[in-house]
Design a protein around this ligand. Structure first.
Ligand code: ATP
Ligand code: MG
Ligand code: MG
Length: 406
């Protein structure tokens, strides 16, 4: 089902290209965090205008966008007002008001991906139900609404048992592990109680976590980025290695599952598919993000077309670019807040100073106004001629100073 979008003749593309920017469509983005910021960076290269809706006056995207509307992307009236000014509406965060997007679509507003996709994905339990209905391999899961159903999940799936919040999850902040039945109530309390909306997931005894970024154009052609390995620490993405060091048949299966998952959803743009690789080379889907993703940050330096440029191409109707790697290997390291405030900035700056001296390393700093522990403040990508070389670069980056090694 993979097809290239390069079949368009250049003559028809030229007819479609406007006189000014590469697309005259004003792209509206709900959310102005680091993903919005990096979308703006890609957009500026092609002179595409990006408008941002974010409540934070000095959000990471605000200094780089064409226009920043200060307001909540979770408020129906605000999103409605914002949408009037955009040619296409997209998201950098899935925790937006899906009902408003549905209403806007009925009024003819072009949302990419579609509101139905956002609605399914923003509720992780609905997402699992959706993918299981589409025959995508997943860890077993069930809704938990009270102590009885939680205990039943424990009996069915065993321990450790993963309890997850259905909504508003990110960076593992909606996950809690119960190692035995006695820990169930603590795990539930840590997530804010049953009323928060929870579900249980069977523990996935993965040997690696993989991710595939899939782009879908408006004509439904799809294009996949190389499979990467994501290494998490405390449930947060920590390091990404591209390409993943797994056998070819595992890569094929990962791409197959990712494409199948994405083809069950509607709309154009980048989708990131998080996967578990098990001991016996099975692939299970963890979750899908309907937007550019941390596992694709390396593409800015390592691929012919970055995930951010690809997202803009996809939603504005430009042909998709080449997702393949132009450097043999890349590794991405997230700069997570180590300490609150000044001390945290100082620690990050020390690491950045070292990165600036490493061959093939590029520093991305998101310019977040507040430093918090475990917050994604920036990232460093190292590209090079082999996995060995880029990993050696990362090891030397992390070898001294106050940052922990992976
Ligand atoms: P993200 O920032 O990717 O949106 P999230 O808050 O939605 O994260 P998940 O992706 O559900 O959280 O889980 C975060 C991490 O926790 C996973 O990448 C994996 O390392 C671990 N994890 C999640 N589900 C399971 C599971 N069923 N079994 C084992 N580990 C799991
Ligand atoms: Mg998530
Ligand atoms: Mg995740």
């Amino acid at each position: 089902s993979a097809s290239s979008s390069h079949s368009d003749s250049s003559a028809s593309i030229m007819d479609a290209l406007p006189v000014h920017g590469l697309s005259e469509t004003i792209v509206g983005v709900l959310g102005g965090g680091q993903l919005g910021r990096m979308l703006c960076q890609a957009a500026s290269q092609m002179a595409i205008k990006v408008m941002i809706l974010d409540p934070l006056e000095n959000c990471p995207a605000s200094s780089l966008c064409y226009h920043h509307m200060v307001g909540s992307f979770d408020d129906g009236d605000t999103v409605q007002e914002f949408a009037k000014r955009c040619g296409v509406l997209t998201v950098e965060i899935e925790h937006v008001d899906a009902s408003t997007l549905e209403k806007l679509e009925q009024q003819g507003v072009d949302c990419e991906p579609k509101a139905s996709t956002i609605r399914i994905i923003q509720d992780k339990y609905l997402q699992k139900v959706h993918f299981s209905q589409h025959d995508i391999p997943l860890p077993n899961f069930m809704e938990v609404v009270d102590a009885d159903s939680a205990a039943r999940a424990g009996e069915l799936f065993g321990y450790p048992l993963m309890i997850k919040s259905r909504r508003l999850a990110y960076d593992g902040r909606g996950n809690a592990v119960a190692r035995c039945e006695e820990e169930l109530s603590d795990a539930v309390t840590a997530l804010g109680g049953y009323s928060r909306g929870l579900y249980a997931e069977k523990w996935a005894p993965f040997v690696k976590e993989l991710a595939v970024i899939v782009a879908r154009a408006r004509d439904d052609s799809v294009s996949c980025y190389p499979v990467v390995e994501t290494i998490h620490r405390d449930n947060i993405c920590h390091i990404v290695e591209a390409p993943a060091n797994v056998p070819e048949k595992v890569k094929k299966l990962a791409v197959h599952v990712a494409q199948k998952a994405v083809s069950s959803l509607k709309g154009a743009g980048i989708f990131a598919v998080e996967l578990f690789l098990t001991q016996d080379d099975q692939i299970l889907l963890n979750e899908v993000a309907p937007r550019p993703h941390n596992s694709g940050h390396h593409t800015i330096q390592s691929c012919y077309t970055s995930q951010f440029e690809q997202h803009l191409r996809a939603i504005t109707g430009l042909p998709l670019g080449d997702p393949s790697m132009k450097t043999p290997a890349a590794v991405m390291y997230n700069l997570l807040g180590e300490e609150e405030g000044e001390k945290g900035f100082h620690l990050a700056h020390k690491l950045i100073a070292r990165a600036l001296q490493i061959r093939g390393a590029s520093v991305h700093w998101y310019d977040k106004p507040v430093m918090r522990k475990q917050r994604k403040m920036g990232h460093i990508t190292i590209v090079g001629p082999s996995t060995g070389v880029v990993k050696a670069g990362l090891a030397s980056l992390l070898s001294t100073g106050n940052m922990e090694s992976p």
